[in-house]
Write a protein that binds this ligand. Structure first.
Ligand code: SF4
Length: 351
């Protein structure tokens, strides 16, 4: 991964010092009131989201408002609102962008046809596709060049799936789970490969891959897992807190695939209940009846301040005994898109 290590930093995880009394890998007993919060680590921003958000901010600084962004830059309502406040204009399609204007493509990636449309309209494009999504695009093009049928495991309509399918539309068959894996039709069962969306459940996807392998014993796969490091780490982390939690709160938006998966993984891991919340305004006090241990985490597109607000909300209700449970450390950073870095250099701006 050539692009690792440049210039991005913003959302390193930190709990408010006043609330967190330790970081541990084994839960300690709860506080005097018997109420505690287990906070998963890693949580929140991944390297791809960090890069995409900073890309829009830097583009605004460099070119001035408005900067157009095709689709939500990342799937989080707060991030989108904040960027709108700074002058970003979110559109659904490139045809909504005035000719000659600047448009940023989101972290979820786009099909080659979208690049072509932008070129036709004379748009200046900045591609904030996460490098780990680009990796899947490259795999799709390679398998297609080898004339394999490609089974893409993912959710229909998700922007990442639309973008990946667009890399080789004549070769890709979308399946969502084992039932569809049992039905998918290919040209030659001995020449099939699979790929997956980056934000799926690791456990569910491995079941789907096994179902495909039973049908297609020569099934080929990507050289390394398509489900990205951030999705995997957040699922491992939520499992670590969910086992002992009466209630798990996952901060994230409903259109955030990885956030929705965290709720499912928490329930599978034994949480008494699990809810997805965009922010504290969506918490229902009734969820807390009889609850002593709350698990707390956030999706890969969620700013840490929303987790901090949730911790304060919980502390005000007696859940001030907070333990961060760390299951992995993350140090990955991605460089900003090269076309943006080039313009920043030319303008004498620091990255
Ligand atoms: Fe990239 Fe994974 Fe983050 Fe998606 S969740 S932006 S694939 S690092």
């Amino acid at each position: 991964m050539a692009e690792v290590t440049v210039a991005l930093r913003r959302s390193r995880q930190r709990c408010p010092r006043s609330l967190v009394d330790m970081t541990d890998t084994a839960h300690r007993p709860s506080g005097p009131a018997g109420k505690q919060v287990l906070v998963a680590k890693p949580r929140g921003y991944c390297a791809g989201v960090d890069r995409a958000v900073i890309t829009v901010e830097k583009a605004l600084e460099l070119y001035g408002a408005p900067v157009y962004v095709r689709k939500q830059i990342v799937h989080n309502a707060h991030v989108v609102r904040t960027l709108e406040g700074k002058g970003a204009v979110f559109v659904d399609e490139t045809e909504q962008v005035p000719e000659g204007a600047t448009v940023v493509f989101s972290a979820h990636g786009v099909a080659p046809t979208v690049h072509a449309e932008a070129r036709e309209r004379g748009l200046k494009t900045i591609d904030a596709t996460c490098p780990l999504v680009t990796k899947v695009h490259v795999e799709a093009k390679r398998f297609a060049a080898e004339e394999l049928d490609i089974v893409l495991i993912g959710h229909e309509g998700h922007e990442e799936v639309v973008g990946t399918t667009g890399q080789a539309p004549e070769r890709i068959h979308l399946v969502d789970g084992v039932e569809e894996a049992a039905q998918v039709q290919v040209r030659d069962p001995s020449r099939v490969a699979y790929l997956s969306q980056t934000t799926l459940s690791v456990d569910e996807t491995s079941v789907t891959v096994e179902a495909l392998r039973e049908r297609f014993p020569l099934l080929q796969g990507p050289p390394s897992a398509d489900i990205c490091y951030a999705t995997q780490n957040r699922q491992v982390a939520v499992k670590a807190i969910a086992t002992g939690a009466d209630l798990v709160l996952v901060v994230g938006s409903r259109n955030s695939s990885n956030s929705v998966r965290l709720v499912e993984v928490a329930l599978d891991a034994g949480a008494g209940a699990a809810h997805l919340i965009d922010d504290v305004s969506e918490i229902d006090e009734a969820w807390f009846e009889g609850v002593r241990t709350v698990g707390l985490t956030s999706g890969a597109s969620v700013p840490e301040e929303l987790v901090e607000q949730t911790m304060h909300w919980l502390a005000e209700r007696g859940f001030g005994d907070v333990h961060e449970v760390e299951s992995a450390q993350e140090h990955l950073l991605f460089a900003l898109p090269p076309e943006l870095r080039r313009d920043m250099r030319a303008a004498g701006m620091k990255g």
